[in-house]
Design a protein around this ligand. Sequence first.
Ligand SMILES: Cc1cc2nc3c(=O)[nH]c(=O)nc-3n(C[C@H](O)[C@H](O)[C@H](O)COP(=O)(O)O)c2cc1C
Length: 437
Amino acid sequence: MPANRFHLSWFLQGSSIQAWGAPWTGNISEQWMNPTMFLDLVRAMERACMDYILVEDSIYIGQNWKNSREIFLTNGMSVPRQEPSVVATLMAAATTRLGIVPTLSTFAYHPYLTARIIGSLDQVSGGRAGYNMVTGSSDLSGQNFGLDQLPEHDHRYEMADEYIQICKQLWGSWEPGAIVADRKSGVLIDHTKVHQIDFKGQYYSSRGPLNSGPCPQGQPVIAQAGGSAKGKDFAARYADTIVCSAKGVDAMKAYRDEIRALMTKYGRDPDTCKILFLISPVVGWTQSEADEIQARRVAEAASNLDVRLAQLGWSTNIDFSGFDLDQPVGELSTNGHQFSLAQFLRKAGKSTLREAIVDHSTSGYGLSLVGTPASIADQLDECMQAVGGDGFLIALPDVSRRSVATITDGLIPELQQRDLVRRAYAHEQLRDNLLEF
Ligand SMILES: Cc1cc2nc3c(=O)[nH]c(=O)nc-3n(C[C@H](O)[C@H](O)[C@H](O)COP(=O)(O)O)c2cc1C
């Protein structure tokens, strides 16, 4: 196995209409209820031997712009958005090797329910389920569940600690070999191997055992995206894969080094958690084709500042509508995604809000990648060599069958020819494929 191989996965921004109005999105506005486009996406990913699809989620309609839902509804921004576990199940049925990782927010699903949904997904997919564990970021989502506001940021992670322990204990409530299926004696399940957990926490409690039965992977894969100090600590203790939006090679390396040191502190082997960095490659068959796509994106962002700022407000929980576009952004804080906001502010520096938001919307997450399959493959290879691993999470702002093909049928074959990514799955289950290299 070449030492510099890395993993590739996909970050799908919710089961929503993607990129309404963008080129090559077909009749998505009429056909979105049946997610055939996402099923085509996962089949293409599996053909390209990618590790997993992470289906992002949020459970509210945005209102972080002039305290109104108008801009979000008018432009179809993360709405309509379907329940990710439903779409994940269809994705599992459309594939045989790809990992399927839906997001379930801790405040919205009791841990017993999460353990049952993810456990069932692990069963129906033959051991390919993961759970993207998020604690939420918007009071608007909490209000859909009867909460005035979400608990404070760090407090959410303390609650998440209990939450994940319940999930893990429930998945472990069936010992291996509990299902004996002995036709002669008529015993299906050995009752001595199925246990109550009797977890009594400060925030959550559960009796167990899990009634949906054992998971093929034993414990489904845990994905996490902690960026704050509390978040990183949590991820280092529990995650099998971490998705990170660090900007630039140095920030990626610093993040990975820190997580690996924390894992060692907690007695975990750092190689058992794969850290994937968010990227958004603009792939053209020639450099000028890629430059043209990128120029169009920048022009589109510059002419749609309200929409772009509303989008940033959505993830940072800040209403930017009253801000002066021609002043520096200044200091801001949030009870939402602290890391996303910190990244935005660091990159913005002294530039005006107008400049900062265009850059933020078009600079492509972790690395600036605008080029041909060959030139982007060079950049990804160099980046991984400098960072030390473990791979990338692809997120496109304009998901369409055509843009997906630029990755799965353009960039990835180039990476495969260089032996930088896998050409065939070695295993049937998600964790085994993640641990392959
Ligand atoms: C790639 C990626 C995917 C994420 N997916 C979700 C998601 O689906 N739902 C959500 O509420 N938050 C999501 N987040 C936000 C994280 O859960 C987390 O709040 C964020 O990374 C900031 O970390 P912090 O809360 O420790 O500051 C995601 C973040 C990243 C980088």
